[in-house]
Design a protein around this ligand. Sequence first.
Ligand code: J2J
Length: 539
Amino acid sequence: LRPTEADRPQWPERFARHYRSLGHWRDEVLGELPREGATRHPAAVALVDGDRRWTYRELESEVDILARSLSRLGLRQGDRVVLQLPNIAEFVLGWFALQRLGAVPVHAMPGHRRHEISHLIRLTEAVAYVIPARHARFDHRELAAEMKAEHPSLGQVIVVGDVGARPDFVPFDALHDDTAPAIAELARPAPEDLALLLLSGGTTGTPKLIPRTHQDYAYNARAAANISELTSDSVYLAVLPIAFNFTMSCPGILGTLQAGGTVVLAPNPSPDTVFTLIERERVTITAVTPPLVPYWLKEYTESTPDLSSLRVLQVGAARLPDDIARGIGPTLGCRLQQVFGMAEGLLNLTALDDPEDIVCSTQGRPISPEDEVLVVDDQGNPLPDGETGELLTRGPYTLRGYYRSPEHAVTHFTENGFYRTGDLVKRLPSGHLTVVGRVKDQINRGGEKIDATEVEECLLGYPGIVSAAVVAEDDDELGERSVAFVVCARDAPTARELAAFLRQHGLAAYKAPDRVVAIEQLPLTPLGKVDKRALRSRG
Ligand code: J2J
């Protein structure tokens, strides 16, 4: 077996043949995208980060140099590399360089800390960890030092910026070494190989990893780019973290580069930053989560920069309220595109020419004719259109199993290979879906997913907490926020005290409960499980 074959995601052969015969799956690998761009439109601008810009020719040459340097550093095809960078060019350059090598980037979020990163390194046996020196007032080098001491697999830490007191860490800038020898031809990975690992929102205590292949991920981006009508004139502004599947490939960075367009990176989502970039770079499309929408609309007045280039605003990752949806076109003068996606695969988008009412009240429909969708009741029986049930799906870019965790097969997939999304939806005869709730034990905090079990397990480590349940409650700005119901043997902690405790524990800050409620005992269902529905309604 080549190193990548053991971890290769598997679709049944019958499906694989079908997806190939339709031309959805092609003989393509993600690392060759910059080279194709360099051949087709060498002088067009591919990537912009502040004052730095790369044409396709420059992107290709940079990726080639980086890949050779990473190879010289000892990275090999199939190696997993935890990539934790904010929206800077090095994310894109490093990502493509890893792809060129056939190494597998593991998409950590910028806010992840010891708890998450340690789990990712352990599960993937990562050989390298790529970090910024500091970001958002956090010194990533300290965390990396801890990780290196703790995980024997972790050979290299690569730092964008100053390595500080760690001469064993490799500065990203030192990888611009074009004396590194060329990589042998045989290094090209296979289209069906594992290409990247995305993080699942998770509902089982520890973040699960989603294996994506070259051919499925390339198709995912191409199909989305098609519905978003991207062309070589498109300018995509990456506002949400690049590590997020939405930003990466829906159609995001990959879809834009496939189309020969330009990707512009936004260092933060504030209207000031974003509006200035839209005007300066003549941005045509960008993507946000629902909480950002009212914030942008409020800041947008006639006196702010010229946003006339913006054709499409994609909104997704959490439910966009219909009334806010209706305000977007009139205020910003662009088309709204709703996006209901998941790192596991299935993407639903509204089309740019869908009727206004569909665009403002549904979360789109599957982007591939080969996406199979079922809406089922709690016995698993298919429901007619218009009735609410759980969404099940399988298709050419939806996973068939989580990475290295066969134990989740039964709970998250049907016998026929449908992925159970945990989302409650209604379907229109046109195929458009409206998201009405969820059955999974998760909080969707303005698009950021919190696994209730994971937080509950950590809370039990707090002195005096006997039992805990974390549930969602409505929030005007975020849509949902998290509230922890705790049974305590002594005085209950405040939300602030719990946040400090969880931070110390190494949990990402967004997972800390927004509110804490002390309770005598947790309500139970007749089956003896915590009755979260009862907790949610007592708010
Ligand atoms: C309601 N819930 C939504 C929406 C996602 C594009 C866009 C989003 C994601 C993403 C993504 C929703 N309305 N419009 O990967 O490529 C909730 C559902 C879903 C879960 C997936 C992409 N859009 N959701 O959000 O893996 O509950 O992906 O199952 O982070 O977000 O979360 P995630």
